[in-house]
Design a binder for this molecule. Structure first.
Ligand SMILES: [Zn+2]
Length: 862
């Protein structure tokens, strides 16, 4: 699974969510009176025991396997009016080891009509009891592990009952979702499912646990206009007498229950293939051409991962489906990954698609998660660390190491942000709910730990070990030790220390470093570990130091394994500069004083793009914008790494008052705007040219509003509309009014708001109701601003729309954006009451906290 939250929301949220850590207050043992000391010790001991009892109560091991589920057959119809699933299930299973007289199946919020046992003499009705979560089925006599039983059940599943409990990773727990079931909303009618963690038992009876696995076949009866997707292969389709159609999907390789999925809706399918594996990209019809671009690298990805791992794609086929209102970023159901609607792009939007990482993530899960599956949610990094790291592997292969390293650095920052308020073991047997595992520890930290492991062992050893792990545990459940044992078996190395400190402990290294240059041919590096040793390990940390003699690069490897340690580099004569962990491979906070001269050399000559980026960032944040700085920034416009060019332009733009640009330098920026291979760099160059001379470049902007890239066209449109001297702005606005790219809509909304353009309220309402996902998130602010600024307008409808979104939208970041926008009307009658009502009704604790922050700051100002 991949969660998705727009970056802006994340940053804003993290800044208010940091709580002081709960450090236990010092005990009272310092009291001098002997009896007091002993009483106090008793109390302390009781407290300690209670604490340990509480901890034990949250222990989440793997579920005991009383039965082995062998096969699940489902026959499903859907009641759109009531949003129910009308189901018949047949489960083939056998006792796992011990004799069993009772079978417990997960079946959440069902009406169970009939349960029977298939026998030679026909079906025998079984006695059951049911608490709305688990149905207990009583057999007439005990069965042994030699017996194979077939249990039948007819039921009605009501997924909307008891919904609303989400997590960081998914926004709800219905398991199965009806989208626009009554056809009253401006979106297609769809059904889709989200099983992870244990939500598939909301729509079929099963042993809903990741250490279970079974083959399956699913019959779906739907209106003939709908396409269906499920796991495995569509073996036949039958048109029934009533006009409905029954599709039969078969997966004859076993997988865990949480990976089962169903999608129903009106879709177009783009067919593709790789090495005899059929691939489909399934999207709403209007995005068919876009899907060909968005998913175009899938065949190359399948081949790349298969070759690296030495394990063929494990399943018969692979579908990728984009649905509406998805509760997460994406989900890796076996052979049928489901994606959020942000991947619905038209052909032109798809030019700048940046979704390869999410496509790689779900694809890699088909090996790590689906072929080899965690035995319990406590081991979630065995799924998510790999999927997260696959994003790096793909980017490195396709776009080069620099871009992959940038992605790696952003992930590191995500983890560090989370670590500011929460540091837990990666493998956590003690947690409240499986959903709690879906955090930046399991993903970002996990991916970074795998990166360090790969860099420590080397590529050949890394991939050989993964091959051994996947082939040894194919179609089986694993825990973290299986991964360590695979690496140890293949490499012959002990890796207990590595797994202990990274997977089974909390925290990360905090390093203080100092270079002593007093003997320039033999520089001495002193490293101190400064993390809190009461909660984090003292690390054994293999690391690299590199130094440059002119163009010549040298590198040496060392191992830190003390609190404070000195390393003699033996670098020899002619060393210009030296740097610790140049490629930023280590997951560590670092404090170093390098100095201005060092950073300048690093920007100019570091081998790794990420090292040049980091140095430019440090330099431009810490030193004056004098001639020296300007020379560095101007030179960085030529850097081969696009992020460095982009950063240089951002810094020049922010400090334009103190920067003198020559004609040649301005010409260089113009070239970047026209010709840079990265559209995001071109748009940054357009913004900069707009600041340099908005009138001179107006004709350029007017030409570039027609660029095929929305990044470029959007930046050009914004630049042109912003300048009051430009003619025909209103006509330009009218020309792009019906465009549906957020990159063009934002400058238009901004223009209409700034110019208080009357009579545009219908346009704002229309956009608000048709946009979704991230685009809607960005648009809401402009929507609120427009109406708040138009004092003469009736604000009623705008407030009502924002209220509806803030209270009822499925996505927490949309609810929050709408909540914020309502503050533009807060002094109007009844709005404060509405805002309070929304706050009281909000069920997501994270959103509630952020709302509280807003409300409080308003009330304080008041
Ligand atoms: Zn994932």
């Amino acid at each position: 699974m991949l969660r998705f939250i727009p970056v802006i929301f994340l940053l804003a949220f993290l800044s208010v969510s940091c709580k002081p850590s709960d450090i236990a207050s010092g005990s009272s043992l310092e009291q001098t009176h002997d009896t007091l000391v002993s009483n106090q010790s008793d109390i302390d001991l009781q407290d300690l025991a209670r604490e340990k009892e509480q901890r034990l109560a949250t222990y989440k091991g793997s579920r005991e396997r009383k039965f082995d589920l062998i096969h699940t057959s489902l026959d499903l119809r859907f009641d759109y009016d009531s949003q129910w699933v009308i189901g018949q299930a047949e489960l083939k299973l056998k006792p796992y080891f011990y004799d069993q007289k009772v079978l417990e199946l997960d079946a959440k919020d069902f009406d169970i009509h009939h349960v029977w046992l298939e026998g030679e003499a026909g079906a025998e009705t079984l006695k059951t009891s049911y608490d709305q979560q688990v149905v207990t089925i009583y057999f007439p006599q005990p069965f042994s592990a030699k017996d194979t039983l077939t249990i039948g059940m007819t039921y009605t599943a009501k997924p909307n009952i008891n919904s609303g409990r989400g997590s960081q990773a998914i926004m709800d727990n219905k398991g199965l979702y009806f989208i626009n079931p009554h056809q009253k909303e401006n979106k297609p009618v769809q059904i889709w499912t989200q099983g992870e963690t244990e939500h598939n038992s909301k729509w079929f009876p099963t042993i809903d646990s990741p250490n279970e696995r079974a083959t399956q076949d699913i019959k779906l009866t739907v209106e003939d206009r709908y396409l269906t997707v499920s796991n495995g292969v569509l073996t036949d389709q039958v048109l029934n007498e009533d006009g409905a159609r029954t599709d039969h999907w078969v997966l004859d390789l076993p997988h865990a229950p949480y990976l089962a999925a169903v999608v129903v809706g009106e879709f177009a399918e783009v067919k593709d293939t790789v090495d005899n594996i059929p691939l489909r990209y399934i999207v709403e019809r209007e995005y068919e051409q876009g899907a060909k671009k968005v998913f175009q690298h899938t065949p190359e990805m399948v081949r790349f991962f298969s070759e690296r791992l030495g394990v063929e794609f494990p399943w018969p086929n692979y579908d990728q489906i984009v649905v509406r209102d998805f509760v997460s970023g994406a989900m890796e159901n076996t052979t049928a990954s489901i994606f959020m609607e942000a991947l619905n792009l038209d052909e032109r939007e798809a030019i700048d698609s940046e979704w390869d990482y999410i496509i790689a993530h779900e694809l890699f899960h088909q090996w790590f998660g689906n072929l080899v599956t965690l035995e319990s949610w406590a081991n979630l990094p065995l799924n998510e660390a790999f999927a997260d790291y696959s994003e790096y592997l793909w980017m490195e292969h396709k776009e080069g190491r620099d871009k992959a390293d940038m992605h790696h650095t952003v992930s590191k920052e995500n983890y560090f942000s989370e670590a500011g308020s929460k540091q837990v073991d990666m493998i956590r047997y003690y947690h409240e709910d499986g959903e709690d595992m879906f955090d930046h520890h399991s993903y970002a930290k996990g991916g970074r730990v795998l990166h360090m492991l790969r860099k420590y062992l080397g590529d050949e050893a890394f991939y050989a070990s993964l091959n051994y792990y996947l082939t040894t545990h194919a179609f089986a459940s694993v825990e973290i030790h299986d991964l360590r044992l695979a690496f140890e078996k293949v490499t012959g190395k002990d890796l207990n220390w590595f797994f202990d400190q990274w997977f089974l402990a909390s925290g990360h290294p905090v390093l203080d470093m100092h270079f002593d240059y007093s003997q320039p041919d033999n520089i001495v590096l002193t490293v101190k570990q400064q993390q809190d040793l009461t909660t984090a390990p003292l690390y054994k940390l293999p690391f690299k130091v590199s130094w440059y003699k002119g163009e010549e690069r040298h590198e040496a490897e060392f191992v830190l394994n003390q609190l404070t340690q000195q390393f003699v580099l033996e670098n020899g004569p002619g060393t210009d500069w030296v740097v610790f962990d140049e490629a930023l491979e280590l997951l560590a906070e670092r404090q170093t004083y390098y100095g201005r001269g060092h950073f300048e050399k690093q920007v100019a000559s570091a081998h790794f793009g990420i090292a040049r980026y980091e140095a430019l960032d440090s330099l431009s944040n810490n030193y004056p914008y004098d001639e020296r700085m300007q020379a560095v920034l101007k030179a960085a416009l030529e850097d081969p790494f696009s992020s460095v060019r982009q950063l240089a332009m951002a810094k020049i733009q922010a400090n334009l008052d103190s920067i003198e640009l020559s004609a040649t330098e301005e010409e260089r920026i113009l070239t970047l705007a026209e010709e840079d291979p990265e559209n995001i760099v071109r748009s940054a160059a357009i913004e900069l040219l707009n600041r340099i001379d908005k009138d001179k470049y107006a004709p350029l902007f007017l030409r570039l509003v027609n660029d095929s890239s929305y990044y470029v066209a959007g930046a050009a449109l914004a630049a042109y509309l912003e300048n009051e001297n430009n003619p025909n702005r209103e006509a330009l606005v009218d020309r792009f009014l019906d465009n549906n790219s957020i990159y063009l809509l934002v400058p238009i909304a901004d223009y209409l708001t700034v110019n208080a353009d009357v009579g545009r309220e219908d346009w704002f309402h229309r956009q608000l109701s048709s946009l979704g996902g991230e685009s809607l998130y960005y648009f809401i602010g402009y929507y609120g601003d427009y109406f708040a600024r138009m004092g003469d307008l009736d604000h009623g409808p705008a407030v009502a729309h924002l209220y509806e979104l803030a209270k009822n939208h499925y996505a927490s970041y949309i609810r929050l954006a709408a909540f914020q926008a309502l503050f533009g009307f807060i002094d109007e009658e009844g709005v404060l009451a509405k805002v309070r009502e929304i706050h009281a009704a909000e069920r997501d604790e994270g959103v509630k906290e952020y709302q509280r922050f807003f409300l409080e700051s308003y009330i304080e100002e008041d």
